[in-house]
Design a protein around this ligand. Structure first.
Ligand code: PMT
Length: 398
């Protein structure tokens, strides 16, 4: 799991080192985002040595990779320990005047904070109102404990112990397991239609978007089957994968797996046409100036899956469109969902530099009536989670 540990400027920052260490030892990838004040309490080299990664602190570093939002978008969990009264106030107000604030605002991951401050500051009505606002938004608050504070004073305000913070954080992720018990079939990648033993007609899909959906669904507890067509990205060993190449193979694999699935998500870029004849030997060019290939239609897999869907099964298709005008693209989507008969259609604009093969995507999701039901823009992982959220509504009563 990709965990962001946010450290803010309080004396308890030294205990954050143990939080980072426990998460690393538990096998998680930990990215530390420390405020400049936190680094006055605990050294960057300590945090980098313990996390095995660079510590991020400056909002204006890594601008070309849009780091101020990327770290948050990629996070599966954010833990802020210690969280000062100032940081808590900023989080409650949604302020983003430093890297940590931006990271948190850009994330949909569970947020766990461990307040640490003097008793008077903790009990101040302003802090209590901020804590209540954060709780209402689903933020998990761990502690503070009561005990010896930095000075001679004793009372509530001590940061919770690192083990308690880590345990609460991991529990928060487990509780997000909203797809437990669901079987989800995801297709990813691009099909290849053979011309002869060495050539094919293909497309530019890398499989990143489909794989992100499969990984996100698995992280949320679903049992996932990934039908992978010529992926350019590595698939984690924990996923059940069926490797295919052509549309015919993808059709056979999805048709076989579909009846068992609670949801089918067709993110693969599937060929609409294939060569009518596949030459058994490499086609020679000889002296010919031109070559004509006759193409025939492939089966429309999404349409037939929609037609045969079982009771309660949700079918989600994608639409890859190059149309630059948003309104016209939406109309193309409405026509497409009417033709494909699926429950939802995820519309994304594709082109030489967008949609295909990049790490980010921008999508608009429509339902069968053609209404926009969701929109997402960000990493393919964050888009994946937004798409999976669509499944929660139809299943909320079941
Ligand atoms: O893989 P990446 O590099 O990350 O890129 C992601 C993506 C752009 C490929 C992905 O987000 C996407 O848009 N996938 C669908 C691509 C596509 O085939 O779109 P389409 O508009 O041509 O097809 C519409 C839907 O019908 C798709 O769900 C497709 O899987 C399905 N289809 C298409 C043809 C066919 N013969 N059978 C089908 O089932």
């Amino acid at each position: 799991m990709n965990v962001v540990v946010g450290i803010t400027g309080g004396i308890a920052a030294y205990k954050a080192v143990s939080v980072v260490r426990a998460l690393v030892l538990a096998g998680h990838e930990v990215n530390v985002v420390a405020t400049p004040n936190a680094l006055k309490f605990v050294g960057r080299p300590t945090l980098e040595a313990i996390s095995h990664r660079p510590v991020h602190s400056d909002l204006y570093e890594g601008v070309t990779e849009v780091r101020h939002v990327f770290i948050g978008q990629a996070a599966d969990l954010i833990v802020v320990a210690p969280a000062t009264a100032n940081t808590i106030a900023k989080l409650a107000a949604g302020l983003a005047d430093d890297l940590l604030g931006n990271t948190i605002l850009a994330s949909t991951a569970p947020l766990v904070i461990a307040p640490a401050m003097h008793t008077e500051m903790w009990e101040n009505p302003a802090t209590q109102a901020n804590i209540a606002a954060l709780r209402e938004r689903g933020v998990v608050i761990v502690g503070p404990d009561s005990g010896q504070l930095t000075g001679a004073d004793v009372g509530p305000g001590r940061m919770a112990e690192p083990e308690a913070i880590v345990a609460a954080a991991l529990r928060a992720v487990a509780e997000r397991s909203d797809l437990v018990g669901k079987r989800i079939l995801v297709t990813a990648g691009g099909t290849r239609e053979p011309i002869d033993p060495v050539r094919f007609i293909g497309n530019r899909s890398s499989g990143k978007q489909g794989l992100a959906i499969a990984k996100a669904a698995a992280a949320r507890g679903a049992e996932v089957t990934l039908i992978a067509a010529n992926l350019e990205v590595a698939v984690p060993a924990s996923l059940t994968v069926v490797r295919v190449s052509s549309t015919e193979e993808l059709a056979a694999a999805t048709t076989e797996a579909a009846p068992e699935a609670d949801a089918i998500i067709m993110a693969a870029a599937v060929a609409d046409y294939r060569p009518e004849k596949v030459s058994a030997a490499k086609i020679k060019k000889d002296d010919a100036e031109s070559l004509t290939l006759r193409l025939v239609r492939t089966p429309d897999i999404l349409s037939s899956l929609s037609e045969r869907r079982t009771a309660g099964q949700v079918v989600i298709g994608f639409a890859a469109e190059t149309e630059p005008d948003d309104a016209k693209r939406l109309e193309l989507g409405r026509t497409k969902i009417a033709r494909k008969g699926c429950d939802y259609l995820v519309l994304n604009r594709v082109g030489a530099t967008e949609g295909f093969a990049t790490d980010r995507n921008t999508v608009v999701v429509i339902n069968a009536a053609g209404d926009i039901v969701s929109e997402a823009s960000g990493t393919k992982q964050s888009v994946a989670d937004k798409i999976l959220d669509l499944l929660l509504t139809p299943w909320s009563d079941s």
